[in-house]
Design a protein around this ligand. Structure first.
Ligand code: HEC
Length: 118
C-alpha cells in the first residue's frame, strides 16, 4: 500500500515537472518557427514581420506598411531591402535570419500590398 502511494506521489511530482518543460518547449518553438527556404513572401511576413507591423500590415509597434496611406509608400525598394537586411532604429536586422531571396520575396509582398508593382 505504501509503495503504491510512493509511486503515485512521484508520478504526480514528475507531472508537475514535465508540464512546465512541455510549455517552455512549445513557447520556444513558437518563437523560432522555422521559415522554409522557399516560403512565399506572405508566409515570411506572417512569421517575421506581423508581430510588429500587424497581420494586416496595419502597424503595431512598427509603422503601418500596407495600403497607399502607409508612411513608406514613397520609399524605394532599395530602402526596404536595406531596412530589413540591416535593421533601422528599433527594428532588428534580418540579414542573418533571412536569405537575400527571402528578403526579396517579403519586399515583393509588402510592395504589392501597397498597390505598387514589385
Ligand atoms: C521588433 C519589431 C519589428 C519587426 C519584427 C519588424 N519590424 Fe519593420 N520596423 C519596426 C520599427 C520600430 C520600424 C521604424 C524604424 C525607425 O524608423 O526607427 C520599422 C520600419 C520598417 C520599414 C520602414 C518603414 C517606414 O515607414 O519607414 C520597413 C519597410 C519595415 N520595417 C519592414 C519590415 C519587414 C518586411 C519585416 C519582416 C521581415 C519587419 N519590418 C520586421 C519594427 C519591426
Amino acid at each position: 500500500m505504501s509503495r503504491y502511494r510512493a509511486g503515485r506521489h512521484s508520478l504526480l511530482a514528475m507531472r508537475r515537472l514535465l508540464l512546465p518543460i512541455a510549455c517552455a518547449v512549445l513557447v520556444l518553438g513558437a518563437c523560432s518557427e522555422p521559415i522554409p527556404d522557399d516560403a512565399p513572401g506572405a508566409e515570411i511576413y506572417r512569421i517575421s514581420c506581423a508581430p510588429c507591423h500587424g497581420a494586416e500590415l496595419q502597424g503595431r509597434s512598427g509603422p503601418r506598411l500596407g495600403g497607399e496611406e502607409a508612411p513608406s509608400i514613397d520609399l524605394s525598394r532599395d530602402y526596404f531591402v536595406d531596412t530589413i537586411t540591416r535593421g533601422r532604429g528599433r527594428m532588428p536586422a534580418f540579414g542573418n535570419r533571412l536569405s537575400e531571396a527571402q528578403i526579396d520575396r517579403v519586399v515583393d509582398f509588402v510592395l504589392e500590398r501597397q498597390g505598387r508593382a514589385p
